[in-house]
Structures are given as structure tokens and as C-alpha cells.
Design a protein around this ligand. Structure first.
Ligand SMILES: CCCC/C=C/CC(=O)SCCNC(=O)CCNC(=O)[C@H](O)C(C)(C)COP(=O)(O)OP(=O)(O)OC[C@H]1O[C@@H](n2cnc3c(N)ncnc32)[C@H](O)[C@@H]1OP(=O)(O)O
Length: 396
């Protein structure tokens, strides 16, 4: 950047580094809300404003802008100020943040402000284990550990004794966790696994829980769940990163084509043994894999069930980068923490631009793959392979 704009930008950056808390000052704590129905919420709001002043750690300008915007929306409603000039960087940033809230109701803004402050106060002590049951009226996760820290929400598969196989309940929990992450204040969402495996794919015992409508009904319900599950990845609005800590199988591999980056330990392998199981591809892999690696390589994986090493998966474009297992966690998290400090709106918008052209196609592919699988699950090939695994006669 050159000339006046460059000088102004450099000055703004210098002052932001020198005294970040002064760059975006907080509005007055005086509130003029009225009515007894609002009282409890107003008290929470006032208490949250006091907690902001007591924060030990500077939350950074992005968060302060969000707090500013939510405060203004909660107290004054939609943005009512004239747009500042292009070189009035600070007021323009504040105006942009407030204006971006559109017609968000005052009550919602107040609640979001309270939630944001509460996440800041708990994360200033340590990383926060997000318990949806506590603040969103949903059940707690039984098969996931979800934490939020340093602008990153981490969703960790947590069934290590089953190699993180995805049970029916776990599909639902992953969808809930992704929906919550899409709305929280993190900038990046990470999916990873606990234990030696990343994930061993669909829990083959899922098909033993047959409803009163019989196996046809089970296949129908499973196809609907699969379509919703994959749809959540297609629509996920923020950068989504897989940290593949060990072997990955089946659906945990196919959905990698819908992630924005995939970092893998050199211990990881990538295996989609669909033909061995009498199945066919899902997770949009029938479309994304040939695009990523070319049709011939996709055939080897999706039809012949060739297992790839991390290095091979990287050479074929499915994996972004491979790290030695001994330094994997340290190197990946250092990098992700640096990325999480990039401007979140810009990252979201870039993702939208990249994804939007494809969205319609991806949803169509997802619907088709789910409907083909609905038939496959009823086939002898699939039923025999599943029975063999469950009766301990066969593994991959
Ligand atoms: C509704 C939507 C459906 C979407 C469809 C998706 C398709 C797919 O995902 S296809 C891929 C399905 N996955 C598999 O076929 C993997 C099956 N598992 C194995 O072959 C092996 O367990 C392994 C190679 C992953 C690991 O072998 P290893 O010897 O190291 O460990 P194990 O002793 O076998 O495993 C420990 C324990 O975990 C159970 N388990 C592992 N994976 C699964 C699974 N996918 N489903 C159910 N259970 C699994 C395994 O049976 C062991 O249990 P026990 O300790 O009780 O013996």
C-alpha cells in the first residue's frame, strides 16, 4: 500500500499494537432500557459489561469490534450512524461491525453479548469445554469433546475404544457441534480424533438397530441421516480443517473432500473399502475425488479400495501437508493458531466465494449418493460383509 492510505494504515497498526484496548473503546455503561419483563436480561447484560472491564487478557480487536457491535445493537437497534469515510479506519471498522448485524433483534444482540463475554471470561482461565446442554438447552456430547480456544473450535471424535467409529448418536452430535461452531465466535473449526485412530468410519453396528418398519425403514432413515450429515459439511460457512491424527476409514475419508484443509500425521492412512463392504461412495466423494486426484486415482480408492499412505494422499491432493507423528500436534496447532488470527470475515467470504459455485452440485451429488446407498444397504453383498465383521469373521 502506498501514499496517504499506506501511512494511515501503518499508523493504525502501530497504535493497535501499542495500546489495543484504547483503539476500540467500550461504550458507556449507562443503559436506558425500561420495563420489568426485560429486567433479568438487563441485569445479565450489565453484569457482562462489568466483566468485560475486568478481563485479564486483551481479547483482541476482532472480539472488541464484535462486543461493540452487539452492545450498540442491543441498546440502539440497527446501525443508525452515517458511514464514516474510507480513511477513518477505526470508526469505519466499528460501523462495519455494527452494520453487519442488520436487523438482529435487540434481545438477541443482548443475549449474544452476554454469551460472548461468558466465553471470554471462561477462556481467559483455560480452554473451555463447550457443553451445549448447559447453555443451549441441548444434550451434552457423549461421543465428542468440543473445546474452544484461541479462536479455534475443536471437535474431537471421542470413542477411542471403537476406533472412533461413528454411531447413529455420534452423527447427530457431529451435526449439532458443527451447527454450534458455525455460529460461535471462533474463526476456524477443526475436526480431529482421540486415540490412535482418526476414525474407522460408519459404526457397522448401526445397522443392527432395526425399527418396527423393518430393514427398508432402517435404510430409509439412514439415507436421510446421511444426506443431512453430509449437507452440514457442504454448508459449513467457516474454514474447516481436518487434523488427521491416525488411520481414517470410510465416511471419515470421503468427507475430507469437503474440508478446506487437511493436515495429516505420517501415521495416518486413507481407506475407502466400499466394494469390500458391498457399498458405494458417499460424502460427495464420487464428485470431489475425481476432481481432486483425477478419475483414475479416484477409481483405485473408491472402487478398488486401495489404502493410501499419508504421503500418497498428499501427492494426490487429498491432504494439504503431512507431518512426522512425533511433532504433528505441535506443528499443526502452532500453524492453526496463527491462521486463526487472520480476519474472520475475510476468511468466511473467501470460503463462500470458493464454495458457492459448487454448492448446488454438491447437494445434488449428496442426494444421489444417499439414495443409491439406501438400496445398497439392503443388498446381500452389504448384509454379508456387515455380518462377517460383526461376527468377528472379517476386518479390513
Ligand atoms: C448412516 C450413514 C452411513 C454412511 C456410510 C459410511 C460407509 C463407511 O464408513 S464404510 C467403513 C466402515 N468401517 C469399517 O469397515 C471398519 C471396520 N473396522 C475394522 O476393520 C477394524 O476394526 C480396524 C481396521 C478399523 C481396526 O482394527 P484393529 O485390529 O486395530 O482394532 P479392532 O480390535 O478391530 O477395533 C477395536 C474395537 O473397535 C471396534 N470397531 C472398530 N471399527 C468399527 C466400526 N467401523 N464399526 C463398529 N465397530 C468398530 C472393533 O469391532 C473392536 O471392538 P471389540 O473390542 O468389541 O472387538
Amino acid at each position: 500500500m502506498a501514499g496517504v492510505a499506506g501511512r494511515l494504515a501503518r499508523r493504525w497498526c502501530r497504535s493497535a499494537v501499542r495500546s489495543p484496548l484504547q483503539v476500540i473503546s467500550f461504550p458507556s455503561l449507562q443503559l436506558h432500557l425500561s420495563g420489568t419483563a426485560m429486567r433479568a436480561s438487563q441485569e445479565d447484560f450489565e453484569s457482562a459489561m462489568n466483566q468485560v472491564k475486568l478481563l485479564k487478557k486483551d481479547p483482541g480487536n476482532e472480539v472488541k469490534l464484535r462486543l461493540y457491535a452487539l452492545y450498540k445493537q442491543a441498546t440502539e437497534g440497527p446501525c443508525n450512524m452515517p458511514k464514516p469515510g474510507v480513511f477513518d479506519f477505526i470508526n469505519k471498522a466499528k460501523w462495519d461491525a455494527w452494520n453487519a448485524l442488520g436487523s438482529l433483534p435487540k434481545e438477541t444482540a443482548r443475549q449474544n453479548y452476554v454469551d460472548l463475554v461468558s466465553s471470554l471470561t471462561s477462556s481467559s482461565e483455560s480452554s473451555t469445554q463447550v457443553k451445549p446442554g448447559a447453555d443451549r438447552g441441548q444434550q451434552e456430547y457423549e461421543n465428542l469433546v468440543v473445546t474452544s480456544e484461541d479462536g479455534i473450535t475443536k471437535i474431537m471424535f471421542n470413542r477411542p475404544t471403537r476406533k472412533n467409529a461413528i454411531s447413529t448418536q455420534m452423527y447427530q452430535e457431529i451435526m449439532l457441534a458443527l451447527k454450534a461452531a458455525s455460529k460461535d465466535d471462533s474463526t476456524i473449526t477443526v475436526v480431529t480424533g482421540n486415540g490412535d485412530y482418526y476414525c474407522s468410519g460408519n459404526d457397522l453396528a448401526n445397522f443392527t438397530d432395526i425399527p418396527p418398519g423393518g430393514v427398508e425403514e432402517k435404510a430409509k432413515q439412514s439415507a436421510i441421516m446421511l444426506r443431512d450429515f453430509v449437507g452440514t459439511f457442504i454448508d459449513f460457512p467457516k474454514p474447516l480443517v481436518a487434523v488427521v491424527n491416525g488411520p481414517a476409514v470410510g465416511i471419515s475419508v470421503t468427507i475430507l473432500g469437503l474440508f478446506d484443509a487437511v493436515y495429516a500425521s505420517d501415521r495416518a492412512t486413507f481407506h475407502t473399502p466400499f466394494s469390500h463392504l458391498g457399498l458405494s461412495p458417499e460424502g460427495c466423494a464420487s464428485y470431489t475425488f475425481p476432481k481432486i486426484m483425477g478419475p483414475a486415482k479416484a477409481t483405485e480408492m473408491l472402487i478398488f479400495g486401495k489404502k493410501l499412505t499419508a504421503g500418497e494422499a498428499c501427492a494426490q491432493g487429498l491432504v494439504t501437508e503431512v507431518f512426522p507423528d512425533s511433532t504433528f500436534q505441535k506443528e499443526v496447532w502452532t500453524r492453526l493458531k496463527a491462521y486463526s488470527k487472520l480476519p474472520p470475515n475475510s476468511m468466511r467470504i473467501s470460503k463462500q466465494v470458493i464454495r458457492n459455485m459448487e454448492k448446488e452440485k454438491l447437494h445434488a451429488v449428496n442426494a444421489e449418493e444417499s439414495s443409491v446407498l439406501q438400496e445398497r444397504w439392503l443388498s446381500d453383498e452389504c448384509i454379508n460383509a456387515t455380518m462377517n465383521f460383526l461376527s468377528k469373521k472379517a476386518k479390513l
